[in-house]
Each structure stands twice: as C-alpha cells, then as structure tokens.
Design a protein around this ligand. Sequence first.
Ligand code: TXA
Ligand code: MG
Length: 338
Amino acid sequence: MNTLFLDFNEDNIRIAGDLIASGQLVAFPTETVYGLGADARNAQAVHSVFDAKGRPADNPLIVHIAASAQIYEIASRVPEIALRLAGAFWPGPLTMVLPKQDSIPMVTSGGLDTVGIRMPSHPVAKALIESSGCPIAAPSANRSGRPSPTTAEHVMEDMDGRIAAVLDGGLCEGGVESTVICFDDAETIHILRPGLISAEDLAPYCKRVYVDPAVYSQIAPDARVASPGMKYKHYAPKAKILPVDAPDFESFVSYVQSHQQENTWCLLYDSDPEIPGIPCMRYGDTGREQAHYLFLRFRQLDEAGAAVVYVRMPRQSGADLSVYNRLMRAAGFEVITV
Ligand code: TXA
Ligand code: MG
C-alpha cells in the first residue's frame, strides 16, 4: 500500500474523510499525539487498526468526536458528572470511559461493555471527524510498544505502507496522551492514565479523585486491571531507559560517570549543566515542557544510537505525573536510587 502524506488543506481533508468513511485508516494529529483513525462503528476497519499497530486485541481504542452531542451516539448512559467535565475540558485531552452503545462494536472496546470517548481540540482532528461523518476510533499511531508519535514523520517511520494516509499537522503541542478517567460512583473520578489534565485540575468538579495504582507501579501481565492499556510495557525506545532518582545533580553525575558504558547518553533538565565526556539531550524544566519533548527525545536518542540513557527523574505532582508515568513504563518501573 502506498501511504499518502497529506498537508492540511480543504481538498486533503475531504480525501482523508472519504478514506475513513470507506473503511480505510488515516493517521491524524491531535493536541496530544498522532492518532491512527478508523470509523469506530466499522468492525472490519477497526480490526485493521489492531493489525497495523500489532496491538493486543484486549486493549480498547478511544473514540473521537467533534461535538459534545455526539457523546449520545457512543455512550448508552451519560452521568451528570461526565457532562460537567465535558463542559469544562472538551474539546481537550480528557478521555471518559462510559457504558457503550450497541453501535460501537466489541472490537473497538477491546471486548469491554464500556468505551473511552474524547473530543480533541486540534483543528485537523476536528476537521477530519466532521468531514468523515464518523466517530473515529484512534489509538496512538505508533507500532505497539514504540513511543507515541508527535510528528507526521514519526508516524511514517512506524506506519508507512500499512495505512492509507497521514495528515500532517506538524509537532503536537501536548506530547503525552490524554488523561483517561472512569467514574467509580456519581462523584468519584478514577484516573486510569494520567495526562496534562491533572488530578488537581479535576478535583473542583467532583468529591473525590482516585489515582489508579497502575499509574505508579508495574501490573502483572495476567492481572485484572481497570484499563487494559496500563498492563503493557509501552512507549519504549530501543535504548535502555534508566531513570535515576538522585538527591541532587552532583550525585546524579557521579553515578552516571561511574557506570558509563558504550553509547551512554543522559536525558537532562534544560537548567542542568553539561556533563563532561557524556552526550546529553534535554527535555525541559517544567512538566508541560517535559511532556512535550519526552517521546520526541526517545526517538531522537534511538537515531543517535544510544544504548543506555540515564534520565533525570521528572516530578510526580500535577501534570508532571503524566511524564513520570510514561518514563516509568518505558523503564519497566525500574528506578536507580542513588
Ligand atoms: O491522547 C490520546 O488519548 C491519543 C490520541 C490519539 O487521542 N490516543 C491514545 O490511544 O493514546 P491509545 O489507544 O494509545 O490509548 C488508549 C488508552 C489505553 O490505555 C486503554 O486501555 C484506555 O485508553 N481505554 C480505552 N478504552 C477504555 C475502556 N473502555 N476502559 C478502560 N480503559 C480504556
Ligand atoms: Mg498508545
């Protein structure tokens, strides 16, 4: 298959929308990462998303909509708290897991009777959903286990020849995937996957916010989990990622210098000084910057031939928790404590 590389213009949005409507796969930018889209109601098309990614069949997809009212075509019941959150955070990087309608086939929901729904804010995503006339099921547009793509070129690295088209929207602003939540009761938000919309951001809209333990630690592969995606090792570059929890920069440096091997790199904060003799990349100082750069740097470290990457630990508060979670999952939840 020859994968079309499409700039964002009216003609191309029509072409891409027609492809989705006819059961083909189109990758597109969102404000978080690139998604790999198919008509969420078309079981055959959704099957080919799993094939193109090499994704386990029990890992459900997120359904993307372009207007809040479309939620009733996807969810069979919409609690009041979900409407409150949609009003506050949509369009934007918040995915809500709700009971699904029969119009959404089981392949889309990974065999569950619930479905994740989100309304992206990226203009290309919105235009594509509108042009196709379909709710669009879309996981991140990487091959399963690879870092989520934040540029159209990274999508091509993983998907060239496997899908009909990629819409180019440049570098994604957010950089980590959406916050995924479900509701344990009418007033309890349960965070299944942290994103840039943090527990603190959600707290004013409910009585309780509960963060799933799978955000902080490894889940056994055979365990029953609230969100199947959390049990798979994820986001990993080819290089070995080693987060180093050190009390200060000096102890980080002395650990790295005494454990340096061939093709050792460091991933540092922007404000950190150089480390003599060890090549470094940087991923920002704030959580938002680190989210924006993390997956980009993972792919660049692979291109640079890094074998081992020592990473300065991100923080765990607020939106920074999303960076911590992705880094820990790339590292298999192993941390070096100095
Ligand atoms: O920002 C994003 O969310 C991106 C863009 C493309 O929208 N999409 C994305 O999709 O990250 P994906 O498939 O890579 O991750 C979907 C996550 C998985 O962890 C999955 O387990 C969870 O959402 N999820 C989806 N539906 C669910 C459901 N019904 N119940 C529990 N978890 C669900
Ligand atoms: Mg993904």
